[in-house]
Each structure stands twice: as structure tokens, then as C-alpha cells.
Design a protein around this ligand. Structure first.
Ligand code: C5P
Length: 230
């Protein structure tokens, strides 16, 4: 194919963002973090003082969101209306509220439309694109050349997120993280199924893999799906 699309889905803490970004960088492909778009939408609604339980207002606000998302794996910045929101969209405040916005079906339709447009544009520009999220292999780009579900045991995912948020995976910190992660995955699961691979999607278990090991496993899978030798 002259435009290669690599679709990667997985739950939080599966390592999909770091892995997808590193893979895109190695292949010199574009990179699309769709979770960052849902996070930016949540940040924008809160910035506009929109009540997140008012579905119609949330949808209208997201449709008007002036979002620019960076697709260079070396510096994937996120801007809304000229404000750099790369850091604020990663806060606990956004993480605990993002599912309320992401489960709005009109929001999903709007962001899906933008995601497909970006995948086409960036893919053509660079010859390929790695897009990651929860519904890329199933809904956004189900006809992708490579479709991967990054799996990791709950234990492994909690340890990773705890280390990311608190610098270590002590029992207390893992417990503090558990509530957030488990609840978010449960809420997200009501609209997209990313815990089990859909037909034709390859599962890669990263529970016992380092970041580098996961990147190698994904690169191997891509080469095999494209019939290329690494
Ligand atoms: O991947 P990340 O944890 O940054 O995603 C943040 C949130 O965005 C998820 O918890 C989910 O609610 C939403 N999301 C989604 N569909 C995607 C990507 C993310 O609903 N394709």
C-alpha cells in the first residue's frame, strides 16, 4: 500500500501512547493520539463552563472546538484556540471527567470525522500513520493495513500508571491509582470494546515487556502484516 495505516487500541496503562509514538518515530510515519482529542474536548468544555451532564451543549461545544493536534511523533502538541493544552489535558481533573464527554455519541461522531480526515492527510504526507485509541481498529479505521490491540494485565497497567503519576508503584500509590483506572475503563467500555480483540485484530500482551520490547513486537507485527522483511 502507498499509504500505510497502523491502528492501535488498548485500555489505559497498556502503554499504547508511548509504544505508538516510538513506532511512528522509527518508521517516520505520522502519529495520531485520539485520546488527546477527547481530553482536549473535555478541557475545552470545562474552559467554556459547559455542564458536562448537558449532552446537547457538550456536543455543540465540541463541534465548534478550534483544535489543532500535532502529528509529528517527535513533538505531538495539542492546541485549542491557540492555547497549548498539552500539559493541562493530562491532569487528574481531566482524566476523571473525560469519559463523560467521550460517551456522548454526537461527540464521538464529530471527533471520528476529524480523526479520519487527519489520518488521510498525514498518511498521504508521510506515507504512513500510526493512530491509537480505543476504537481505531473497530470504528475509526477498521480497514487499516495493521490492526493491533495492546493488552496488559490489570496489575501491570496499574503499576505503570502509578509510576507515571507518583514516581513509584508502592502499594498505597497503586491503590490510589486503581480507582481512577478501573472506573475509567469501565465507563469507556460502555461505548467501545477495547478489552478484547475484534476479528482480524492481533493482540500483543505487553504485561511482561519493557517499552522497547513492546515497540519491537509491534514493529515485527507491522512487517509481517505488510509482508516486508525488517
Ligand atoms: O488514551 P487516553 O487515556 O489519553 O484517552 C483518554 C480518554 O479518551 C479515554 O478514557 C476515553 O474516554 C477517550 N477515548 C475514546 N476513544 C478513543 C480514544 C480515547 O473514547 N479512540
Amino acid at each position: 500500500p502507498d499509504l500505510v495505516v497502523v491502528a492501535i487500541d488498548g485500555p489505559s496503562g497498556s502503554g499504547k501512547s508511548s509504544v505508538a509514538r516510538a513506532v511512528a518515530s522509527r518508521l517516520r510515519y505520522g502519529y495520531l493520539d485520539t485520546g488527546a482529542m477527547y481530553r482536549a474536548a473535555t478541557w475545552w468544555c470545562l474552559d467554556q463552563h459547559v455542564d458536562l451532564t448537558d449532552g446537547e451543549r457538550v456536543a455543540a461545544t465540541v463541534r465548534a472546538m478550534p483544535l489543532t493536534i500535532g502529528t509529528d511523533p517527535e513533538s505531538p502538541g495539542v492546541e485549542v484556540g491557540g492555547t497549548d493544552v498539552s500539559v493541562p489535558i493530562r491532569t487528574t481533573e481531566i482524566s476523571t471527567q473525560v469519559s463523560a464527554v467521550a460517551t456522548n455519541l454526537e461527540v464521538r461522531a464529530e471527533l471520528r470525522r476529524r480523526q479520519r480526515e487527519i489520518i488521510g492527510l498525514v498518511g498521504r504526507e508521510r506515507g504512513g500513520v500510526v493512530a491509537e485509541g480505543r476504537d481505531i481498529t473497530t470504528v475509526v479505521a477498521p480497514d487499516s493495513d495493521v490492526r493491533i490491540l495492546l493488552y496488559a494485565s490489570e496489575e501491570a497497567r496499574l503499576a505503570r500508571r502509578s509510576t507515571e503519576l507518583h514516581g513509584n508503584a508502592s502499594t498505597a500509590n497503586v491503590e490510589a491509582t486503581r480507582d481512577q483506572i478501573v472506573r475509567r475503563d469501565r465507563d469507556d467500555s460502555t461505548v467501545s470494546s477495547f478489552m478484547q480483540a475484534a476479528p482480524g485484530v492481533t493482540t500483543i500482551d505487553t504485561s511482561d515487556l519493557t517499552l522497547q520490547g513492546s515497540v519491537e513486537a509491534v514493529l515485527d507485527q507491522i512487517a509481517s502484516d505488510l509482508g516486508r522483511i525488517r
